[in-house]
Design a protein. Structure first.
Ligand SMILES: [Zn+2]
Length: 403
């Protein structure tokens, strides 16, 4: 179980019934199919309370009974599973070259996944809000046609997002102090659901932790492989944001003081030597940021054809990446570091040398058990995590209003 909240929960969460409804919902999410007796036995709530809570959740169409029964000593029990089909959670990711929108139902089943080319790297926050609002309206309209209630929308941004959802710095977008949540809420004319903004790496880590093949790992780090490199950190089953929400900026770990200039103004940051820009600076120095995907495809094509220049560049990038991941492994000792974004198509040429470099630099034997893996959630990981953040708030007790 993961929540994206730090510290004490707000006062409205102290409503005992809402809390108990959330406890039952979470239990069924993690243990379905299960019976009312299973819920009572595991949560410590008495059977009458569980029956009443389950009836409420069935009324709200968050749970449903299945025809399945489990025969034990005594009466057969009716089994419960998550329903949630009348609901949708929306995630949108903006980056230097695209906008992605994902919608999932309460179970996390993907309802749609749209990707649009968008010049985020050369657009201001105002233009981005217009583009995101247009996309969000189309998603909401599709969900409404399917008779689904939208529970919320979260936007994933490659940059520092403070606890109030203000984008403080997004170096690769060139943004500072943008009230994206406020502006998008206005552009959507107060849509009647919460609009949140969060860091892309944090959200991708949430997606991996909730839906990915390593979801059983209590300690995982997700590393974005876009023009920027950032990390989302899950420790002991919880996303760790740090004091003001700025944890995980590994892209600006200094790896080579004499290295190339980074977007942050300093030299030789991990992002500058191990981000995909480090390769494109050689293979496509004049390419527009909106052609990133095409340029990476070209790098993959050349690597497959054993192009020696590209293979050497990839090995160099992999070694720098491994040095950075050694710092992560020494500091946090995660079970798994998951490489995402453009690292995924480049992985066949990166992971081997990155692992070798990492294992050589981690003090603990066997790298402290840390494995380097490639994300299977695809380019949509941050957007999927943005939708997952909406589901998280339902899990924490913000149940949808009955209609
Ligand atoms: Zn930097």
């Amino acid at each position: 179980m993961i929540t994206s909240h730090n510290g004490p929960q707000p006062a409205d969460f102290t409503d005992v019934r809402a809390t108990n409804l959330a406890v039952v919902l979470r239990f069924v999410r993690e243990n379905a199919p299960c019976s009312r007796a299973d819920i009572a036995a595991s949560t410590g709530l008495n059977k009458a309370t569980v029956s009443s809570l389950v009836a409420d959740l069935i009324d709200r169409r968050l749970l449903r009974e299945t025809g399945l029964t489990e025969h034990r000593v005594g009466r057969p029990a009716t089994m419960l599973v998550l329903d949630g089909s009348p609901y949708a959670a929306i995630g949108i990711e903006i980056n230097v070259d695209y906008i992605t929108a994902v919608a999932v139902d309460l179970k996390g089943e993907e309802l749609l996944n749209w990707r649009r080319s968008f010049p985020g790297g050369t657009s201001g926050p105002g233009q981005a809000v217009v583009a995101m609002a247009a996309l969000a309206r189309r998603v909401v309209s599709r969900m409404t046609k399917e008779a689904r209630q939208v529970l919320g929308l979260t936007v994933a941004v490659p940059g520092l997002v403070d606890v109030d959802g203000i984008v403080r710095v997004a170096p690769n977008l060139g943004w500072r102090d943008a009230d994206l949540a406020g502006d998008l809420t206005k552009a959507l004319r107060d849509p009647g659901f919460p609009v949140l903004v969060d860091n892309d790496a944090n959200l991708a880590a949430l997606a991996e932790h909730r839906f990915g093949p390593h979801r059983n790992a209590a300690n995982l780090v997700y590393v974005t492989g876009e023009m920027g490199v950032g990390a989302g950190i899950v420790l002991d089953g919880r996303l760790r944001r740090g004091g003001q929400g700025y944890s995980g900026e590994i892209g600006h770990l200094e790896l080579d003081p004499a290295g190339p200039v980074c977007r942050c103004g300093r030299r030789g940051c991990l992002e500058a030597v191990a981000g995909v820009g480090a390769i494109l600076a050689h293979t496509a120095p004049d390419a527009s940021p909106s052609d990133l995907e095409l340029e990476i495809d070209e790098v993959v094509r050349r690597a497959r054809n054993d192009d020696r220049e590209v293979l050497a560049l990839l090995e160099n990038l992999g070694r720098h990446l491994g040095r950075g991941m050694a710092a992560v492994a020494n500091l946090l000792n995660p079970e798994v570091v998951i490489l995402g974004g453009y690292y995924v198509p480049l992985a066949p040429w990166l992971v081997g040398c990155a692992e070798e470099e990492m294992y050589g630099r981690v003090l603990a034997p066997g790298g402290g058990g840390c494995r380097l893996e490639v994300s299977t959630l695809g380019y949509g990981a941050a957007a999927l995590g943005a939708a997952a953040r909406v589901l998280d708030s339902v899990d924490s007790g913000r149940l949808p209003a009955q209609r």
